[in-house]
Write a protein that binds this ligand. Structure first.
Ligand code: NAP
Length: 314
C-alpha cells in the first residue's frame, strides 16, 4: 500500500520558483511538501557563475544558490522529497499525485514549478564545453564574453534577440542558421541583418566544437553546409545555443490548459491555471523572461494565491 500524505500545498519541482513558493507557503504555516523532480535544483545547477541574482555583491555559483534556497525552504518548515511525480489527478478534490517511490499525495492546492529545459544540439563536443564557452542563456552568460567572437545557433526569436543582446559585449556575433530563412519576427530580422557587429551564416549546422583542455575553453567551431556538406572552421570563444526550450509539462497533459508549445496558460497577472487550486510558476509558464529572479517572483505569487484559495475554499 502506498503511503498517503495529506497536505495544503504540494509543490512540484525544485528550481527558484518551487523554492520561493515553498518558503512563502511554509512561512504562512501551510506546511508545504515539495517533490524535487528529475533535476533537483533545476537549470541553475548546470550553470556556473551567477551575477544577476540580486543580493550578492560577489559572483556566486548556480549550484550554491540552489543549495541556499533549499536550506532556507527546509529551515522554515518545507517537507522535501527527493522523488519524481509520475501521475497527477486534477479532476478530484483534494488533488491527487503519486510518486515513483510510491508516495501518494492528497493536496488542497498544487503549485507546478517543473521548469523548462533548453534544447541542445546533442553533439558530443557540446557536452564537453557546456559552461566553458557554450551556454543556452545570453542574459545569464553574455557578460562573460566581452570583446570576444561568438556564435549564436538558431533562427527563431530567441536566437535573434540573443544575438542582438550579445552585441553589447562581443566584438563580433555570427548567427549560424540551418536554413536560408529566419523564423524570427520581421522587425527583429531587420535589426539583426542591419547590425554592424552581426554576420549570418546561412544553411549551416555545427558539426564540432573545438577547444583546449587546460584550461577547458572553446576556441573554434566546425560548421557543415547542409546543402553540399562542405565544412569550414571559424574562430569563436563562445557559442550560444538558442534553438528553443521545452517546458516540462507532459505530466499534466489533458488535465490543464496549455498553449500550442505546451507551456501552461495562466490568468493575466496571476499564477492561476485553468483548474482552480492549481497554480503554475516559473519557466513552465514563461517563455519570454526565463530568469531565476522572475521565476522566484512567480513562486511567491503562487504561494500567496494558494493561501488565498485555501482560505476561501476550505
Ligand atoms: P523557435 O521559434 O522554435 O526557433 C527555434 C530555432 O532553432 C528555429 O530557427 C529552428 O530552425 C532552430 N533549430 C531547432 N532545432 C535545431 C537544431 N537541432 N539545429 C539547428 N537549429 C535548430 O524557438 P525560440 O526562438 O526559442 O522561440 C520559442 C517561442 O518563444 C516562439 O513562439 C517565439 O516566438 C517565442 N519568443 C518570443 C519572444 C518575443 O516575443 N520577444 C522572444 C523569444 C521567444 P528552423 O527555423 O529551421 O526550424
Amino acid at each position: 500500500m502506498n503511503k498517503l500524505i495529506t497536505t495544503d500545498v504540494l509543490i512540484v519541482g525544485s528550481g527558484p520558483a518551487g523554492y520561493t513558493a515553498a518558503i512563502y507557503a511554509a512561512r504562512a504555516n501551510l506546511k508545504p511538501h515539495m517533490v524535487s523532480g528529475l533535476e533537483p535544483g533545476g537549470q541553475l545547477t548546470i550553470t556556473t557563475d551567477v551575477e544577476n541574482y540580486p543580493g550578492f555583491g560577489d559572483v556566486i555559483q548556480g549550484p550554491w544558490l540552489m543549495e541556499q534556497m533549499k536550506e532556507q525552504a527546509l529551515k522554515v518548515g518545507t517537507e522535501f522529497h527527493n522523488d519524481i511525480i509520475s501521475k497527477v489527478n486534477f479532476a478530484k478534490k483534494p488533488f491527487g499525485a503519486i510518486t515513483d517511490s510510491g508516495l501518494r499525495f492528497e493536496s488542497k492546492t498544487i503549485i507546478i514549478a517543473t521548469g523548462a529545459q533548453a534544447r541542445w544540439l546533442n553533439i558530443e563536443s557540446e557536452n564537453k564545453y557546456k559552461g566553458f564557452g557554450i551556454s543556452a542563456c545570453a542574459t545569464c552568460d553574455g557578460f562573460f564574453f566581452k570583446n570576444q567572437n561568438i556564435i549564436v545557433v538558431g533562427g527563431g526569436n530567441s536566437a535573434v534577440e540573443e544575438a542582438l543582446y550579445l552585441t553589447n559585449f562581443a566584438s563580433k556575433v555570427t548567427l549560424v542558421h540551418r536554413r536560408d530563412k529566419l523564423r524570427a519576427e520581421k522587425i527583429l530580422q531587420d535589426r539583426l541583418l542591419n547590425h554592424p557587429k552581426i554576420d549570418v551564416i546561412w544553411d549551416h549546422k555545427v558539426k564540432e566544437f573545438i577547444g583546449s583542455d587546460e584550461p577547458l575553453s572553446l576556441k573554434k567551431i566546425k560548421l557543415i553546409n547542409v546543402n553540399n556538406e562542405n565544412e569550414k572552421i571559424i574562430d569563436a570563444t563562445g557559442a550560444f545555443i538558442a534553438i528553443g526550450h521545452d517546458p516540462a509539462t507532459s505530466l499534466f497533459k489533458n488535465q490543464i490548459k496549455m498553449d500550442k508549445e505546451n507551456y501552461i496558460i495562466t490568468k493575466a497577472d496571476s499564477t492561476e491555471t485553468s483548474v482552480k487550486g492549481i497554480f503554475a510558476a516559473g519557466d513552465v509558464k514563461d517563455k519570454i523572461f526565463r530568469q531565476a529572479v522572475t521565476a522566484a517572483g512567480m513562486g511567491c505569487m503562487a504561494a500567496l494565491e494558494a493561501e488565498k484559495f485555501i482560505a476561501e475554499n476550505y
